[in-house]
Design a binder for this molecule. Structure first.
Ligand SMILES: [Zn+2]
Length: 106
């Protein structure tokens, strides 16, 4: 069963993974076209749409860094809050991949 993914901004289907940008906004991960994401950043929506995409190169780097940092408090006196936030970042990245990106053709 193939479920089409629709852009939250223009409501058109998103065709391929290259055109997909997932963003954390209003307590939910939302899919956008790359162009719609870039455009909405320039408008008033900037206040409400997180300006860091979850997927793509920067999202992967953030997730890897968070994954590494989340172990540090287990071996030091640093607060466990880092572990909690790190886990959330990694889980968000995984959720975005499973929920949206895995279904898209490359
Ligand atoms: Zn769109």
């Amino acid at each position: 069963m193939k479920k089409d993914l629709h852009c939250e901004k223009c409501l058109m289907p998103i065709e391929c993974r290259d055109d997909l940008v997932t963003v954390w906004a209003f307590f939910k991960i939302r899919p956008y076209h790359e162009a719609c994401y870039a455009h909405s950043l320039k408008g008033a929506a900037t206040l409400f749409v997180g300006n860091t995409p979850i997927n793509g190169f920067s999202g992967n780097v953030t997730a890897i860094a968070a994954f590494l940092f989340m172990w540090i408090p287990l071996f030091t006196d640093l607060t466990l809050g880092i572990t909690v936030i790190g886990s959330l970042v990694v889980l968000t990245r995984m959720y975005s991949f499973i929920r949206f990106e895995k279904k898209m053709p490359l």
